[in-house]
Design a protein around this ligand. Structure first.
Ligand SMILES: [Fe+2]
Ligand SMILES: [Fe+2]
Length: 326
């Protein structure tokens, strides 16, 4: 009896070793992992956490900008901002759908956010004080998101990678509309230029923080790199963003709030100062000035939309029953 048990246990072990090897071979050969493929539990969990956090960020990120739709200075700007905020909602939808292919549900993920068990990007815990903040967010926050997300278009999990391809196309529109706002302000009156400078000075460091902790302090970097969920490290992506953005600030005639920022010819990159990591961790842990307000608005929106979800479910049921009867 115990021999049979030993044999079946070792057969199961061999089987799981084969499965794991098959999974690693796919990763190695750049074949995408698809929802029905075998995958290690930790890979599944890492992806659910990352994709859900990303989805939550898209949805909560609608708040600081939605705040300015009614106050946009022209009809043209209002249409652009409205389209952008709607895009972010769509990004949330693609991403929740991608997460659902891993065996979780949108309901579960949204509940986890509302109960504080899941996070969204801490950048959205900062307030939008002036119209120039809308320019700075589009230019810097969406700009940083693009750098991150271009890299994720090649992530190993198929549904996530495909969602990223669609999202990146829209993010580049967001980045350009934000930069367009900054150009108008920077070329405007003295007050408008000062408003643009003030927004840049407040959003620069939080934008750099969007790439996360240094590689040496990042808990998830190692396994995410092995499984090709992440193709480039936090520090590499942050450097790329700085290199792209510094010439854009020069074009605007605005000053980046970093006395240590300078071109390093030996490295072929810009050197820049150290992030205030105390502020980073404080905001990540929910200490940002707007965290409570963002969560209260999110939960209220969820409650206010309950009747729509219920009505849609009743309608879908009715359609199904009618189709079965026909
Ligand atoms: Fe987005
Ligand atoms: Fe965006």
């Amino acid at each position: 009896m115990s021999n049979t048990l030993d044999r079946s246990e070792s057969a199961a072990e061999t089987h799981s070793v084969d499965l794991e090897q098959g999974f690693l071979d796919k990763i190695e050969s750049e074949t995408k992992i698809e929802p029905k493929d075998w995958m290690p539990d930790a890979y599944r969990k890492t992806l659910i956490r990352q994709i859900a956090q990303h989805a939550h960020s898209e949805v909560v990120g609608m708040q600081p900008e939605g705040n300015w739709i009614t106050r946009a200075p022209t009809l043209h700007r209002k249409i652009g901002l409205l389209a952008k905020v709607q895009d972010e909602c769509g990004h949330g939808l693609y991403l929740y759908s991608a997460a659902e292919t891993l065996g979780t549900s949108r309901e579960e993920l949204v509940t986890a956010l509302h109960e504080g068990r899941m996070k969204y990007s801490s950048i959205f815990n900062y307030p939008t004080l002036t119209w120039a903040d809308i320019g700075a967010i589009g230019w810097l926050v969406d700009g940083a998101a693009i750098v991150n997300q271009i890299s994720l278009c090649r992530t190993s999990y198929g549904p996530y990678a495909r969602a990223m391809v669609r999202i990146c196309k829209e993010e580049s529109f967001h980045q350009r509309q934000g930069f367009g706002i900054m150009v108008t302000l920077a070329e405007g009156t003295v007050d408008q230029k000062a408003m643009a400078q003030d927004a840049l000075s407040r959003w620069w460091w939080p934008s750099l923080m969007m790439f996360g902790p240094h590689d040496s302090d990042s808990a998830h970097t190692q396994s995410s790199t092995t499984w090709k969920i992440k193709r480039q490290s936090n520090d590499e992506l942050r450097q790329r963003f700085v290199d792209i953005t510094v010439p854009q600030a020069e074009h605007l005639g605005l000053k980046l709030p970093d006395p240590d920022l300078r071109w390093n010819a030996d490295r072929g990159h810009y050197d820049f100062g150290e992030i205030d990591w105390d502020e980073f961790w404080r905001v990540v842990k929910g200490g940002g000035p707007c965290h409570l307000q963002r969560m209260a608005t999110r939960k209220a929106a969820h409650e206010n939309g309950r009747w729509v979800r219920e009505a849609a479910a009743v309608y879908a049921n009715k359609q199904r029953t009618n189709q079965q009867a026909a």
